[in-house]
Design a protein around this ligand. Structure first.
Ligand SMILES: C[S@@+](CC[C@H](N)C(=O)[O-])C[C@H]1O[C@@H](n2cnc3c(N)ncnc32)[C@H](O)[C@@H]1O
Length: 287
């Protein structure tokens, strides 16, 4: 004989499901409105504000205090990443990687666009001789690389021995042209140098609630139609603590790299998607 569930418990479980689904629906609508309604520049401004409020990345915060991740240490010890030298570090947050790279003996030039994190980053850099930091974005790097000035212009003197695109920072470039411009800038500032990058992989955000999630595509298409804009690309999203982001498949990362003249010398999906790109000519004689 099966035990009956009391009516009050059934009612509580139903109310919980309704509340949970309502919250997911509200988040979905919020994300789609933001994706549809903001320009690439406005998204960057939102991301800078979002990350400025995330003190997990600054000294004292759990992410900063964790130091380098095991997969980062392993990648840094993998050829063709050099064992020493000058490293250009973008999307540097509050200096977690700067501190780790400096401890390993690298000289780090770091930049970060979120003002509060850039402030923390500068303080961390000041404690590591040979390192320096500035408030700047990947768009500023592309600009400086083509001789257009800006906050990074003075930092790009001698070529770098390696480049690190800080943890998942590439995924915050949701504009395809901005990603292309970044990859195109790297050989100019770090000719022949390997590039360590990481990114958000294709898995979803744990959006397991199928009924609510099924509303996303029609809403996305409808908003694009109503606003006369292209619909957000698959893999584009927004989260309150992470800003706008783009998820990538491994193939998309390799295509992006190949278009800029790089190939993957290392490409791992676990425990966090990351790759070391090497200039094709360096590894395969320009083939
Ligand atoms: C997940 S956080 C990682 C921060 C830091 N690298 C760490 O691991 O502690 C991603 C970083 O990418 C930065 N970012 C976002 N958009 C960027 C852009 N357009 N140019 C450069 N960095 C960007 C964010 O401000 C943020 O600091």
């Amino acid at each position: 004989m099966s035990t009956a569930i009391p009516p009050w418990a059934r009612a509580l479980l139903l109310a919980d499901r309704v509340l949970h689904s309502s919250a997911r629906f509200a988040a979905l609508v919020r994300t789609e409105l933001l994706l549809a309604g903001l320009s690439a520049e406005q998204r960057e401004a939102v991301n800078a504000a979002v990350f400025s409020a995330e003190d997990t990345y600054a000294p004292g915060g759990p992410t900063f205090e964790h130091g380098l991740f095991a997969w980062e240490r392993a990648a840094l010890a993998t050829a063709p990443f050099p064992a020493s030298g000058r490293v250009l570090l973008g999307g540097a947050g509050g200096g977690r990687e700067l501190a780790g790279l400096s401890a390993l003996g690298y000289e780090v030039t770091a930049f970060e666009p979120a003002p509060a994190l850039a402030h923390a980053l500068a303080a961390v850099a000041s404690r590591h001789p040979g390192s320096r930091a500035v408030c700047a974005s990947y768009a500023d790097l592309a600009r400086a690389a083509r001789g257009g000035g800006g906050p990074l212009a003075a930092m790009l003197g001698a070529p770098f021995d390696a480049v690190v695109l800080g943890w998942a920072s590439l995924s915050h470039l949701t504009d395809a042209a901005a990603r292309t411009a970044l990859l195109a800038a790297l050989p100019a500032v770090a000719p022949g140098a390997p590039v360590l990058l990481s990114y958000l992989g294709p898995d979803d955000d744990g959006r397991a609630n199928g009924r609510v999630e099924r509303l996303r595509s029609p809403l996305r298409r409808g908003l694009a139609l109503a606003l006369g804009r292209a619909a957000a690309a698959p893999g584009e999203g927004f989260q309150p603590g992470a800003g706008f982001y783009q998820r990538f498949s491994a193939g998309e990362i390799e295509a992006l790299a190949a278009a800029a003249g790089y190939e993957a010398a290392l490409h791992e999906r676990e425990p966090y998607p990351h790759a070391i790109l090497a200039p094709r000519s360096e590894r395969s004689g320009g083939a």
